[in-house]
Structures are given as structure tokens and as C-alpha cells.
Design a protein around this ligand. Structure first.
Ligand code: NAD
Length: 479
């Protein structure tokens, strides 16, 4: 079985500790490879390599830098099938999803920021006697830390803008899903100058913590859980590091009686259960207006029951395995808690027996009815194939329900009334609102959450602003 390595200074090297973590296949529950258990020494080496590469990388022309990024995008595209198979084996996601979304989007992340950097401009303010202009220079060495749900997709979403803006990167993928990041580091090892991109594997409380604490790391772009984000913010604040935090969610999906019911139902099935509900943007609280509650519920359940659960490597599979045993257990506990609280299980409600026979961690898509808005099922992020469904009567009530959450990442609204769509979108306190759609992602838009869902925005020019330091230069015009 393969031992993965770290990419440091252009070389693939084992961790200095000589220690490895087991890497599991969620569909079988078996160890299939080993992840470096890196520590502060590996991070120190990576930062040193990055610091050496920094000046030259930030000084080459934008066109030259973009060429590197386009080449990386091409390499991802050329290896799409292999990377998708790896992602599915490592994460438990259906291979069809990895092939159609995760890996193409990873390539697109590089292609997008390779182009975006050529459009990145800064302000000039001209007065009669002075010109003020803003330089936006690279920050230096930056840290990019990503989670396990969309492993290569989210890692590249951070790395690409950081590199495009002229920074050198210390990236740490999740130790639970390291495989595509490792294969990616093999594929691009000879493309970038040594030290420009370093990919270090290991636990969050060891390698991750070392990145946050390293004095030469100027900024941290982090995607992961809210509790981890709070800890990172606390650690980094006294060092005045720039932070972008993309955290958890508990997203409302509001279905008004005047919606196009057919598309509301079919999209809600996807927005609830895509990637086994392990997408931060999944809608996990469905609120349906009373007039159509029964009709929506019956059709929704009928379609959820049709979802094909199975081996993630099978192209026909729509529901794969849960990423890890602890997470599987956590989701099952949440379902049991919902039952204790009086929730009525409309479908699913426990493990998928056939999957369990294979040794894997599978949970049936689960829909729960009859719970109060304030209970923990409706307030805590479950991050699995579990949604609740509840009726509402009026528009103000729907808005109140949507906002009754410590999170504020994304929401969906289903209505044919344009004025209502604008009103409700404005009133809902989330960073993203989808009207009559879900998960349509235009990479130019600001991406991120409010409240406990995070601080800052990624995407488009927002990401390039994050990864640069603005400096005002004031010139006197002496005629
Ligand atoms: P996590 O917070 O456990 O881990 C995320 C990353 O942080 C991993 O690489 C981990 O090793 C690292 N980490 C953990 N502790 C650390 C520490 N002390 N210092 C530095 N790094 C540390 O999250 P997860 O379980 O991998 O991911 C699931 C969470 O991510 C969910 O809450 C989900 O909503 C969220 N998420 C948010 C978005 C978004 O864009 N807002 C996208 C995807 C996932």
C-alpha cells in the first residue's frame, strides 16, 4: 500500500517524523494507503522553501504566472478520470459526481484565476495636485487549509488565487482525504518552480496548527468547521495575520406555494442529498408553505426513495458512503437524537444495510418531520444525508424561520413572484441566496457566509484582494 509524501521545495519527501496515518476507503472501511503525519519541522522546511521562491515568483510577469496556471489546469483535465476515481475511493462520493463536478471544477479554478489576474486592477484617485494610486502586492508566504468534503475542488479554489496573485503557498489538505492532493502534487511537481507550492499532509492539530503559528505565514485561507475556524481566529489574531474563514452552515430551503413545484422538488432532492449531504451549501432545513406542504412532501419523499445508493465507484450510484467512521457515527447519533426529540422519520433513518455488509459507512437519505425550529436537529450542522421538513404559513414567518440560526452561509427560495424573490433575498441573512435554483456557481461572484458561517469572501476579485496587500501611494503633481 502506498505511502504518500509531502511536496516541499519541488521534491516529494517523507515526513521527518517517519510517522504515517491510516487512510481509509469509506465504502469498505479498510485502510488502503498511508498519509504523512507531518509536524512543525516539515512545515518549517516548507516555509523556508516558499520564502526562497517568493521574490522571483512575485516578480515574474502576470502573463508568465498565468501560463503556469493554465498548464496546471490542462494537467488536471488530462488526468480527470484517474483523479475522479481516486476522489471517489478516498471520500466515498459517487464517481459520477467527481467526474462531472469535483475534478473539472479543480481545473477550472486554475483556468479562472489565470484569466482573472489579467483583469485585476486597482484604484487611482486623481485630484488637482495629487495622484493617489493603490499597489496590490503579493502577501508573501500564505497558508491554505481545506476540508474533506470536496477535497481537490476546495484545495485548488484556494491555491489558484494565492499563486495567481504572486504568493508562495503552504497547502494542507484534510488528513481524511489526502489522495487527490498527493496525486496532484506528483502531477505538477515539475511544472512550478521549486518552493512556489508546497503541499504538506498531516493532522490539523499538528501540521495545521504549525502553519497557523509560523511567523512567516502572512495569511490563512481556511475552509472547515466553525469550531476549528474559531480556534484559528483566536490563535492568529495576536499575530495580526490576514484570515479568510469559510465555515459551517445550516441552510434553509424555502418553498413558497407559488413556486414551480416540479423543479422545486427535483432540485431540493439534489440540494439535500448531493454528495450524501456533505456539501456546506446543501439545504438541510426545508420549509414549505402550508397550501402545498402535503403535495411537496409526498413527491419529495417519492423521489428521495428512488435515489440509487451503492458502491461509489459505480457510475450509476447517486448516494455513496460517508467519509469516515467517526462522521458516520456522528450522523447516526444525530438521527437517534431527532427520534428522541419526537421527530417522525419519513424515510431513511439509519444505516444502509447492504453497504454495512461490505464494511462501509453508508446512511440512507433521511427526511424528518415534526421538530421544533429551536431543537438541535434544526440548529446544529449535521453535514450528512439528513434533512428536516416543516410547514409555514406566511412570508414573514418563512423569513423568521430562515434567520433563526447561528449560521448564515446559503439559502434557497422557490417562488414565481419576482417582487417576493427580491424581498425575501434581501431579508435573509446568508452570504448566498439561490432563487429557483441551487449550486449555480459563477466563479466571479463573492463566496462566503455571515455569522458562524465565516468571515471574508472568496471567489473572483475578492480572492485576489484577499491574497494581496493594498498600499496607497500618493504623488504630488508639481507643475
Ligand atoms: P475541520 O475543521 O475538522 O478540518 C478542516 C481542515 O482544518 C483540515 O485540513 C484539518 O486538518 C484542519 N485543521 C483541524 N484543526 C486544525 C487546527 N487546530 N489548526 C489548523 N488546521 C486545523 O473540518 P472538516 O470536518 O474537514 O470539514 C467539514 C466542515 O467544513 C463542515 O463544517 C462544513 O460545513 C465546512 N465546510 C465549509 C465550506 C464553506 O465554503 N463554507 C465548504 C466546505 C466545508
Amino acid at each position: 500500500m502506498e505511502q504518500m509524501r509531502n511536496l516541499i521545495g519541488g521534491q516529494l519527501v517523507p515526513p521527518l517524523s517517519g510517522q504515517y496515518l491510516d487512510n481509509f476507503n469509506p465504502a469498505t472501511g479498510k485502510v488502503w494507503s498511508y498519509v504523512p503525519r507531518s509536524n512543525h519541522e516539515d512545515i518549517a522546511n516548507a516555509v523556508s522553501a516558499a520564502s526562497k521562491a517568493q521574490k522571483e515568483w512575485s516578480e515574474i510577469s502576470i502573463d508568465e504566472r498565468a501560463k503556469f496556471l493554465f498548464r496546471i489546469a490542462d494537467v488536471i483535465d488530462q488526468n480527470c478520470e484517474e483523479l475522479a476515481a481516486l476522489e471517489s475511493k478516498d471520500q466515498g462520493k459517487p464517481v459520477g459526481l467527481a467526474l462531472s463536478v469535483d475534478i473539472p471544477r479543480s481545473g477550472q479554478n486554475f483556468r479562472f484565476f489565470a484569466s482573472a489576474i489579467s483583469q485585476f486592477s486597482s484604484e487611482a484617485h486623481i485630484d488637482q495636485q495629487w495622484v493617489n494610486y493603490t499597489r496590490r502586492d503579493a502577501l508573501g508566504v500564505v497558508g491554505c487549509i481545506s476540508p474533506w468534503n470536496l477535497p481537490l475542488y476546495l484545495l485548488t479554489w484556494k491555491i489558484a488565487p494565492a499563486l495567481a496573485a504572486g504568493n508562495c503557498v503552504i497547502a494542507k489538505p484534510s488528513e481524511i482525504t489526502p489522495a487527490t492532493a498527493y496525486r496532484f502534487s506528483e502531477l505538477i511537481q515539475d511544472i512550478l518552480p521549486p518552493g512556489v507550492l508546497n503541499i504538506i499532509h498531516g493532522r490539523g492539530d499538528e501540521a495545521g496548527e504549525a502553519i497557523i503559528n509560523h511567523p512567516e505565514v502572512q495569511a490563512i485561507s481556511f475552509t472547515g468547521g466553525t469550531a476549528t475556524g474559531a480556534h484559528i481566529a483566536q490563535t492568529a489574531a495576536p499575530m495580526f495575520k490576514k484570515l479568510s474563514l469559510e465555515l459551517g452552515g445550516k441552510n434553509p430551503n424555502i418553498i413558497f406555494a407559488d413556486c414551480d413545484l416540479k423543479s422545486a422538488v427535483s432540485t431540493s432532492v439534489r440540494s439535500s442529498f448531493a454528495n450524501q449531504g456533505e456539501i456546506c451549501l446543501c439545504g438541510s432545513r426545508i420549509y414549505v408553505q402550508k397550501e402545498i406542504y402535503k403535495e411537496f412532501k409526498n413527491e419529495f419523499i417519492a423521489q428521495v426513495e428512488q435515489l440509487k445508493q451503492g458502491d461509489p465507484s459505480d457510475n450509476q450510484t447517486q448516494q455513496g458512503a460517508i467519509v469516515s467512521k467517526p462522521h458516520y457515527q456522528k450522523i447516526l447519533n444525530s438521527i437517534e437524537k431527532a427520534k428522541e426529540l419526537g421527530g417522525k422519520i419519513l424515510c431513511g433513518g439509519g444505516p444502509w444495510e447492504q453497504g454495512a455488509k461490505l464494511g462501509g459507512w453508508f446512511i440512507k437519505p433521511t427526511v424528518i418531520e415534526g421538530l421544533s425550529i429551536s431543537c438541535e436537529t434544526n440548529q446544529d450542522e449535521i453535514f450528512g444525508p439528513v434533512v428536516t421538513i416543516s410547514p409555514f404559513e406566511t412570508e414573514p414567518e418563512a423569513i423568521k424561520l430562515a434567520n433563526q440560526s447561528r449560521y448564515g452561509l446559503a439559502s434557497s427560495i422557490w417562488t414565481q413572484d419576482l417582487a417576493r424573490a427580491h424581498r425575501v433575498s434581501k431579508a435573509i441573512k446568508t452570504g448566498i441566496v439561490w432563487v429557483n435554483c441551487w449550486m449555480k456557481r459563477d466563479l466571479r461572484t463573492p463566496f462566503g457566509g455571515t455569522k458562524a458561517s465565516g468571515v471574508g469572501r472568496e471567489g473572483g476579485l475578492e480572492a485576489l484582494r484577499f491574497f494581496t496587500e493594498p498600499k496607497n501611494i500618493c504623488l504630488e503633481i508639481n507643475e
